[in-house]
Ligand binder design. Structure first.
Ligand SMILES: [Zn+2]
Ligand SMILES: [Zn+2]
Length: 125
């Protein structure tokens, strides 16, 4: 990998309850985020790992790939930057899922065997 733009701590669950637990960083996810970061050409704010309690607290889906450390939400409200993020994610085989939301783009690097790559919209008015 050419350059790493994401510190381990940026992947940590944002809640305070799980601070003492060991931090796991998925290297495929980090590599995908670095590819996107290079394509966008500016710093990206991410929310990646979630503990079970935090996922429940924010009403994340059951079995969310954030819990297993395979997903990150990249903050983005700008259509041009959103386009760069989605384009870079799509062009990488590491990316297995993309969700486009009002204020972030979800990317993940894991699907179950045989499960196709997916893109979904979480945009709401
Ligand atoms: Zn937590
Ligand atoms: Zn997400």
């Amino acid at each position: 990998m050419a350059q790493n733009y994401f510190d381990d701590e940026e992947f940590r669950c944002p809640c305070s309850a799980c601070r003492s637990l060991p931090l796991h960083v998925n290297e495929d996810l980090r590599e995908l985020l670095n590819l996107i970061r290079v394509a966008v050409g500016r710093p990206l704010r991410i929310a990646a790992n979630r503990c079970e309690a935090h996922n429940a607290a924010i009403k994340g889906s059951k079995g969310s790939r954030h819990i297993s450390g395979h997903a990150a939400d990249i903050s983005c409200k700008d259509g041009t930057i959103r386009s760069s993020i989605v384009g870079a994610a799509i062009s990488s085989r590491l990316c297995r899922g993309i969700g486009v939301y009002n204020k972030h783009i979800h990317v993940d690097v894991f699907r179950l065997a045989g499960e196709p790559r997916t893109v979904w919209s979480g945009i709401s008015k």
